[in-house]
Design a binder for this molecule. Structure first.
Ligand code: SF4
Length: 229
């Protein structure tokens, strides 16, 4: 695993649990609003943190931390992700995986192996706008597959969208609502203009808190729960 960052303690990353966070290096998307550019742009990568250091720390926290959240970058690009998570599960940690949904086959494997407990997938845009918003050659059929796999996983999960007014309008949010129709939880994430991959995006138009509440009200009928965060 190429690990670009490690946070020893979080009360907010895994709903209702105390967790550590592992940040993997590299991503196949280039979302301009990405707030982890040092994990996405190879020119900004720092030396990877040895896995042994992570496991040594987590051994000392068994019984104190409930869970490990694995995020990135895009964790499913790591060829040894399954071995890494299996080892954490053998230490009795709950696992939250954050993903951009580009590798449904890896998500399926993790579910079948019963080594993941919470799935959080970014749904970046309506499928027709995916390449534009992610600035990548994404296969949108795979995004659709990941949504289906996660929705039918039987696990806790949530879908999330970072909403910038200059990128996604109300009609786009409603399209996303249709795409994830019937799902358990949808989070509209407010854009925070700091440490982003493309600094030009900082000049973009933002939604106000009131705008975001209106978007939530418009889309909430498609899902069981919709929140702004
Ligand atoms: S926001 Fe997520 S999917 Fe997009 S570039 Fe950053 S790490 Fe990759």
């Amino acid at each position: 695993m190429l690990i670009g960052g490690f946070q020893r303690f979080s009360l907010i990353e895994y709903p209702g649990k105390i967790c550590a966070i592992v940040f993997t290096q590299s991503c196949n998307f280039r979302c301009p609003y990405c707030q982890n550019p040092e994990l996405v742009d190879p020119e900004r990568f720092s030396n990877a943190i040895p896995e042994e250091d992570i496991f040594a720390f987590l051994e000392t926290r068994q019984g104190k931390l409930d869970a490990v959240a694995i995020t990135g970058g895009e964790p499913t690009l790591q060829p040894d992700l399954i071995d890494f998570i299996s080892k954490l599960k053998s230490m009795n940690y709950l696992i939250l995986l954050e993903t951009n949904g580009s590798k449904p086959e890896i998500i399926s494997e993790l579910i079948e192996l019963k080594i993941v407990d919470y799935l959080a997938m970014d749904v970046k845009a309506p499928l027709a706008k995916y390449r534009e918003i992610t600035r990548s050659n994404v296969d949108t059929a795979k995004i659709n597959d990941s949504i289906a796999v996660i929705t039918h996983s039987g696990l806790d999960y949530e879908f999330r969208t970072t909403v910038l007014k200059s990128q996604l309008g109300k009609a786009d949010i409603l399209e996303i609502g249709k795409l994830i129709r019937g799902s358990r939880r949808y989070v509209l994430q407010k854009f925070v203009p700091a440490n982003v991959l493309d600094t030009k995006i900082i000049d973009a138009l933002y939604y106000t808190d009131n705008d975001l509440e209106c978007l939530r009200d418009a889309v909430k009928g498609y899902v069981a729960e919709c929140v702004v965060r």
